[in-house]
Design a protein around this ligand. Structure first.
Ligand code: ATP
Ligand code: MG
Length: 252
């Protein structure tokens, strides 16, 4: 099993979006992938993957009210361990049991853990049980600063930082360039995912972008990331005849 914690420090950088899409993209390469919503307080991975967030969930497992296998469901080719949306379930869940749950996930080839923001107990647990971590960073100073804290903590916990995933990239002048992000984090930028209005729509439909708009540059960036992490060959989509003609005319 390979377990990867998807972290960022700062909230709202796109951890859940990246986790859901990366999981589906990895499954498209034939891997057995399980995604876990470790955002105990603000669980919402179920919406991104269009799975039922009602009981039994991770929260019921943490409350000792369900077996792990009962809470795992399948969507878009990946196994999903969702968290509960309700406050009642949150109150009953015992986060101390998170480590025990994580160690029971070993039968899966790849486990992706959608970590919460900050550096609270669930993030530390997610990092300490994972072999590796991905840092989802927006190209702005507040995101970079929080990612650096996460990177330092990951180092202290002996969790290998695979690299940074730049998300919501617009290519504007005020954005921090990738090479500066690499220098600050002392980590490679593994992917640059552009800002894409389809991300919100895909979440509304519970269909990750890699399936909802598979040829979009954002989806392609995630697919390439999946291929690179898995050591697979990435094949970009074939351009349509119209696009090829357009390119040809531009070159003439
Ligand atoms: N590449 C993108 N283009 C446009 N919008 C995006 C992109 N990635 C994420 N978003 C949007 O950003 C918001 C936050 O995304 P997401 O929930 O994945 O972040 P998060 O890091 O998991 O947040 P939290 O810290 O609250 O768990 C969502 O509204 C999502 O639709
Ligand atoms: Mg999230």
């Amino acid at each position: 099993m390979v377990s990867i914690a998807v972290c960022s420090g700062k909230g709202g950088t796109g951890k859940t979006t990246v986790t859901a899409n990366l999981a589906v993209a990895m499954a498209q390469y034939g891997r057995d992938v399980l995604v876990v919503d470790a955002d105990i307080e603000m669980a919402n991975l179920c919406f991104h993957l269009g799975v039922d967030g009602s009981s039994p969930t991770l929260h019921d497992v943490l409350a000792g009210k369900a077996e792990l296998a009962e809470a795992v469901r399948e969507a878009h080719g990946v196994k999903v361990l969702p968290g509960a949306i309700s406050l009642k379930a949150l109150k009953r869940a015992d986060p101390e049991r998170l480590e025990e749950v994580f160690s029971a996930l070993e039968k899966h080839e790849i486990v992706l853990i959608d970590a919460p923001a900050g550096l609270g107990r669930p993030v530390l647990t997610a990092l300490s049980v994972s072999e590796a971590a991905l840092l989802v960073v927006n190209p702005e100073i507040s995101s970079l600063s929080d990612a650096l804290k996460t990177r330092v903590v990951a180092g202290k916990l002996d969790t290998k930082v695979l690299g940074a995933v730049i998300n919501r990239w617009r290519g504007t002048a005020e954005e921090i360039p990738n090479r500066d992000i690499e220098n600050v984090l002392e980590a490679k930028v593994l992917a640059t995912i552009p800002e894409d209005t389809n991300v919100r729509a895909s979440c509304s439909y519970g269909v990750p972008l890699v399936l909802y708009k598979p040829d979009s540059p954002a989806a392609q960036a995630v697919k390439k990331l999946a291929a690179d992490l898995l050591g697979e060959e990435y094949r970009p989509p074939k351009k349509s005849l119209r696009e090829r003609l357009k390119n040809l005319l531009v070159r003439l």
